[in-house]
Design a protein around this ligand. Structure first.
Ligand code: NAP
Length: 262
């Protein structure tokens, strides 16, 4: 049994991860950290029966739980701090929090020597395939735009998945047409400029979970690749896979692809 803890345990993703861990016979939930729900038991905080487990405010006493893998779904600043603790205490980390850039990955690479870190901006298998398909299609099209759509509480934009998709498409092809726009009547109408100038548009809408459409166009034809996560449970098989695999992947690994045979 792998001993697992969750940072951001009362958040939308964190609470779903807690439930997944409790229902997985190979995993044991030994810690739940969330500053604003500290002192509550898990039933009070997230409606989950885990006798004796209380929400803790921070990492005090976390090492004594014997936790082997900490899962982080919080906000970028908190995640960086949490990962520092994991690296210093030799605890593996599985990270879903978005907003990390290349410099952050490099810094994590230096920090994680006693334990490993696995980061995926998207743990849904369909989203991983969408990125792979977009990367395969990229060399055959000169124009591409990414539209990512999320729930109305998401604090960062564009999504980590959209940025990673653009990065991989840019790496797969350097032959992209110039943006023809001369006058932007409403600022931002053309979206944000991602890698290789690929435009990324972020929609925030109540009722959505996580969705993305990659549009690719060339003379006389276009290709649309779309993925929809309708429920946070869509991310859980990927999180469980990462929690079980992280100990065997030294250093920092980015992207669920690394654990799949794509
Ligand atoms: P959320 O509901 O706002 O949850 C974030 C939680 O983190 C909150 O409960 C927050 O507590 C808590 N928190 C803040 N600082 C903390 C700290 N220092 N230690 C522990 N907990 C802390 O957000 P969400 O929808 O769950 O999303 C969380 C992150 O996951 C976002 O970055 C999102 O983009 C990402 N995400 C990734 C995937 C993926 O597949 N990789 C999928 C979905 C979402 P308070 O609210 O009390 O401040």
């Amino acid at each position: 049994m792998t001993k697992v803890g969750v940072f951001g345990a009362s958040g939308r993703m964190g609470a779903t991860v807690c439930e997944m861990v409790v229902n997985d016979p190979d995993l044991e939930l030994v810690a739940a950290v969330d500053p604003h729900h500290a002192g509550l038991d898990l039933r009070q905080a997230i409606g989950l029966d885990v006798p004796g487990l209380m929400m803790s405010a921070n990492t005090d006493g976390l090492a004594e739980t014997g936790v082997e893998v900490m899962v982080d779904f919080t906000v970028i600043q908190a995640a960086k701090q949490n990962l520092r603790w994991c690296a210093e205490n030799g605890v593996h980390a599985v990270v879903g929090t978005t907003g990390f850039d290349a410099d952050d990955y490099a810094e994590l690479g230096k920090r994680f020597s006693k334990s490993n870190c696995f980061i995926a901006p998207n743990f849904a298998i369909g989203a991983v395939l969408m990125m792979r398909f977009a990367e395969l299609a990229a060399p055959y099209f000169e124009t591409a735009e990414i539209i990512e759509l999320h729930h109305d509480q998401k604090v960062d934009a564009p999504s980590g998945t959209a940025m990673m998709t653009a990065e991989r498409m840019a790496a797969a092809s350097d032959d992209w047409a110039k943006d023809p726009t001369k006058k932007e009547v409403a600022k931002g109408a053309r979206g944000g400029k991602g890698p290789a100038g690929i435009r990324v548009h972020s929609v925030r809408l109540r009722g959505l979970v996580a969705h993305q459409e990659v549009l690719l166009g060339t003379t006389g034809q276009s290709l649309s690749i779309r993925h929809d996560s309708y429920d946070r449970s869509s991310f859980m098989p990927g999180v469980a896979l990462a929690v079980k695999a992280v100990a065997d992947h030294p250093g920092v690994t980015v992207g669920l692809d690394a654990l799949l045979d794509l």
